[in-house]
Design a protein around this ligand. Structure first.
Ligand SMILES: Nc1ncnc2c1ncn2[C@@H]1O[C@H](COP(=O)(O)OP(=O)(O)OP(=O)(O)O)[C@@H](O)[C@H]1O
Length: 255
């Protein structure tokens, strides 16, 4: 299933937040959305996930979600959103409880996703026993368990320290390499965008408009942290955003 965003504009009262966003998200690609604070990245993601509707424009689903998808549009948030009294497998099973699954299917799905996210040994652990990185792995496993057509990730790594972020990026790349998923990934972090994005959508400051879409055709598995090519793209992105990021920062200070 692809997604097609057509002429999305939005106002909150008299403030125009997004202006005429047109974007295609194709099956199997990771699309990163970057832009200065307050430019409407999370708002756009909420429209894509159907949590809110834009003032004008549409998010069109092109083609069908996979037949076995239990939740075609699935979020992963920055704060992990785990229930503290449930174990790792209990948190994952939460996403499956509203679905009538054949006998044994839930167990099979959980075994598969904990294995893919390297959590097999931690199935019985409680969130308080886990590091931030492990908690986010649980959130990723939970999201994968419903076999989403598109993963919607809102700053999924920004609560983590830089080393853990690197490890989780490796995991996201590894998961994609084994079974390519489709994702829309909102981030402030340009290094994450160039490591993970097949396409990077640069939004301008309020109202958020698409300033540029940068495609990177280096295979994800070949993108190393210190690659000069990625560093160059990252610098170009920063040049594009620098003044607007500064202006957004000043606006927050003045508020
Ligand atoms: N429910 C709402 N009601 C009114 N204004 C809102 C609402 N949600 C967001 N906004 C405003 O819309 C603008 C865009 O917000 P949004 O959170 O989408 O931006 P963002 O680019 O994700 O920001 P950040 O990078 O700081 O997370 C901001 O000015 C915000 O204050």
């Amino acid at each position: 299933m692809d997604l097609s965003l057509r002429h999305i504009s939005h106002r909150y009262d008299d403030v125009e937040v997004l202006h005429d966003i047109n974007l295609d998200i194709q099956q199997g690609e990771i699309v990163c959305i970057i832009g200065p604070s307050g430019c409407g990245k999370s708002t756009l993601l909420r429209f894509i996930g159907g949590l809110e509707r834009p003032s004008t424009g549409d998010v069109i689903q092109v083609g069908d979600a996979p037949r076995d998808s239990l939740n075609p549009l699935t979020y992963i948030f920055q704060d992990f959103a785990l229930l503290p009294w449930r174990t790792v497998e209990g948190n994952i099973s939460l996403a499956l409880e509203d679905h009538a699954l054949p006998a044994g299917e839930k167990e099979k799905i959980i075994a598969d996703v904990v294995e893919r996210t390297k959590l097999t040994e931690f199935r019985k652990a409680l969130p308080k026993q886990l590091s931030g990185g492990m908690k986010q792995r649980v959130a990723i496993a939970r999201a994968l368990s419903v076999r989403p057509a598109v993963l919607l990730m809102d700053e999924p790594l920004s609560a983590l320290d830089s080393q853990t972020r690197e490890l989780l990026m490796d995991d996201l790349i590894d998961l994609w390499s084994k079974d390519p998923y489709t994702a829309c990934y909102v981030t402030h972090n340009l290094a994450e965008a160039v490591r993970l994005g097949h396409k990077i959508v640069v939004l301008s400051r309020r109202p958020g408009k698409i300033r540029e879409i940068v495609s990177i055709d280096i295979p994800l598995a070949d993108r190393t942290r210190l690659s000069p090519e990625l560093e160059k793209i990252q610098r170009q992105l920063w040049e594009m955003m620098r003044e607007e990021a500064l202006a957004a920062d000043m606006e927050l200070v003045d508020a």
